[in-house]
Every structure is written in structure tokens, then in C-alpha cells.
Design a protein. Structure first.
Length: 237
């Protein structure tokens, strides 16, 4: 389970040295957020690069291509928790299902039905996040907020018993200025609280808010993220 801890101010003694690695800087910042999970986005990264983070004790890795996740999961240790973070086509659900820990990008009723069908056939439960469209770009996926509310009203959990909703995911508008993401993250946090209160008030497992990537993760933490998806920073040499 993940529980959000309000952000604390980093004192000078806690601040990492200026020459520390991106990994060290992020880990230092996350010490103020012990309830936040860091997903290392390993798409396009080699098995050896992933092993380097694995050997440091990291276990949560994210992929956005089904075949790449399948290939790496077969080669790497079984205790890795694989997160699927990209747009998931229904015909790729069966590819990732044996390996995936959490699907971040559930964005349509059709995808819900396909995951439910495949998970039931495999006799397992699958953790999912409802992806919400919060960005200005129309090319980004996700339920529109009101559409998700309508879906949850019309489709109770009993209609997808092999899915375990764990929270929401959102992607901010691409920008060179990380501060531009703040209103979108603030909106998603508020919307997440509404969804929790209205549909999952008695479900202690509905506690994930996946938002924040390499360019805006500090803003996401300030706005209540409990799961970060960071790739390029972690793999910098």
C-alpha cells in the first residue's frame, strides 16, 4: 500500500552534493516521501543497464512496449515488479499479463473488458490504474474526467472482478518549464480524492496517484504524487 506523506523542506545538511548522481539526488528527495514509489522507466534500456539498478536494490521498472516487457521479464530476475506505462492495445494484453504487476494506462471500457477476460482465463488478479486525460495535447490518452465518473457509475467492480483498481495515472502537457505542470497535477490530485471518496472510500488499496516524470517529478511530489515514472535521469552516466 502507498500512503502520501506531506512534503517536508530539505535542510542544507540533507541536500545532496552538487556533484552527486541523478540517482542519488532523486533518492535523497524521496527520503521526504517514504510512501512514494519510484518506477524506473527502462524502455529502450539494455538488460545490463536494468541490472545495475536492480543490484542497487531497485525492483520497480516500467515499460511501454508489450514485447519489450515480455522479453526483459523472461531474462531478468522474477522479483522485479513490472509496470506497463504506455498505451496498451487490446491485442497486446495477453503478451504482458503473465508478467505485469501494475498497468498504469487503462483508458477505455474496451480495454477493461479485454484485461478482465484475459485475467479471468489466467485465474489471477491484475492491478490497474485509471488513466485520466489531463494534458492539453489531444494525442495523449486517458478517460476524460467526466467519462471516467460515468464509467464507474455504470460499471461496478463486480463486472471486472479480476481487476484491482489501485488509483489514477495522468500525464501533464509537455513543456520546457516544469512549473507548467502544476495546475494539471493539482487537478488530478483533487480529482483522485473525489474518485476515492465517491467510489473507493472503503478500499484501502486505492491509494496510488501516478504522476511525475524526469522533467517535472519535483512538482508532482509537491502536488501529492505517490508514484513517479522516471527514466532518462536515472540512467544518466
Amino acid at each position: 500500500m502507498f500512503y502520501f506523506v506531506p512534503m517536508q523542506t530539505m535542510t542544507p545538511s540533507q541536500a545532496p552534493p552538487s556533484d552527486s548522481s541523478p540517482w542519488d539526488r532523486i533518492q535523497n528527495e524521496l527520503r521526504n516521501h517514504p510512501a512514494c514509489t519510484l518506477v524506473a522507466v527502462s524502455k529502450t534500456r539494455s538488460v545490463d543497464e536494468i541490472r545495475e539498478l536492480y543490484d542497487r536494490g531497485h525492483r520497480d521498472f516500467g515499460e511501454n512496449h508489450a514485447l519489450e516487457l515480455q522479453s526483459k521479464a523472461r531474462e531478468l530476475p522474477a522479483d522485479i515488479r513490472w509496470h506497463f506505462i504506455g498505451h496498451l492495445q487490446t491485442n497486446k494484453v495477453k503478451t504482458i499479463l503473465p508478467y505485469v504487476h501494475l498497468i498504469h494506462s487503462v483508458d477505455s471500457p474496451r480495454l477493461v473488458d479485454e484485461i478482465q477476460k484475459r485475467a479471468a482465463a489466467a485465474n489471477r488478479q491484475v492491478g490497474i490504474l485509471w488513466q485520466v486525460h489531463i494534458a492539453q495535447e489531444e494525442t495523449k490518452h486517458g478517460f476524460e474526467p467526466e467519462s471516467l465518473l460515468q464509467f464507474l457509475e455504470e460499471r461496478p467492480p463486480s463486472t471486472y472482478p479480476n481487476l484491482r483498481p489501485c488509483g489514477l495515472m495522468g500525464m501533464a502537457t509537455l513543456s520546457d518549464q516544469s512549473e507548467d505542470a502544476r495546475p494539471e497535477f493539482a487537478f488530478l490530485k483533487n480529482f483522485s480524492d473525489r474518485v476515492k471518496q465517491r467510489f473507493y472510500a472503503k478500499d484501502s488499496g486505492f491509494d496510488v496517484l501516478s504522476m511525475g516524470m524526469s522533467g517535472d517529478y519535483s512538482i508532482a511530489l509537491q502536488e501529492g504524487s505517490t508514484m513517479l515514472r522516471i527514466g532518462s535521469l536515472l540512467f544518466e552516466r
